[in-house]
Design a protein around this ligand. Structure first.
Ligand code: ZN
Length: 232
């Protein structure tokens, strides 16, 4: 248990809550730290509308690139400020380490701005928020680690059983023997990620009607030291 003395701070990323951070032992969500992403999402929507209008007007490439670059830089400043707030929150704990999902999506702003079926979160916002959080943590001297992302938004942080999401924002544990009933889904996910940092923490998920034995998804927490890439 080489990292048992570290305080893992799980950070869940989303559009409504850009960052939700919590250590595994936080007694309730009032001690977690959340940064709302709604304004950034609205600005990304505006930027897409702006590019659509420029393309419709037949604006030249230089004009479009200059417009996008200026607004993108403003968005990155906002995301960096949010990431800094998360790092300050984490640094208040003893021997903190930030724990995020092991995802490798690369941000692609042009996909969001021009592809008809693009999704702003997966195309740009979430990969960017992930990379910037790790970059800012690096600047702050805060250690980072990633853990497997599978089921992290569905698993109960307390008992490990897969629950459900009755309204998207709420997580509900379906295990009748668990003390968790319902709670904020993002807060639950942050705690699941923090929990996975420690050795031996495996997902307890069993398919409800499965007859196979001994092959649950093994989600052994792992640490990685990854150098960071700046978003384009
Ligand atoms: Zn539970």
């Amino acid at each position: 248990m080489h990292n048992a003395d570290r305080t893992a701070i799980g950070v869940d990323l989303g559009e409504y809550n850009l960052y939700t951070a919590s250590p595994v032992k936080m007694p309730d969500s009032s001690g977690a730290h959340t940064i709302c992403g709604e304004e950034i999402c609205a600005r990304l929507d505006e930027l897409r509308d702006r590019v659509t209008a420029l393309l419709y007007e037949g604006a030249d490439r230089e004009t479009i690139v200059a417009s996008v670059t200026r607004r993108r830089d403003g968005l990155l400043e906002e995301i960096d400020a949010a990431a800094r707030e998360i790092c300050e929150y984490a640094n208040a704990y003893d021997r903190p380490v930030l724990v995020t999902e092991d995802s490798h999506y690369q941000p692609d702003l042009w996909t969001w701005l021009t592809a008809p079926n693009a999704h702003r979160g997966t195309a740009w916002l979430l990969p960017t928020a992930h990379l910037r959080l790790r970059a800012v943590a690096d600047e702050c001297g805060l250690e980072v680690a990633t853990v497997p992302e599978a089921y992290s938004s569905q698993e109960c942080h307390a008992c490990g059983v897969i629950g459900d999401r009755p309204d998207g924002e709420t997580f509900r544990c379906t295990n009748p023997h668990c003390h968790v009933e319902t709670l904020c889904a993002d807060y639950n996910a942050a705690k699941v990620l923090a929990r996975r940092y420690y050795p031996g923490r495996r997902c307890a998920y069993r398919p409800p009607h499965s007859v196979s034995r001994g092959e649950p998804p093994t989600l052994v927490a792992e640490r990685r030291s990854q150098r960071l890439q700046r978003p384009p």
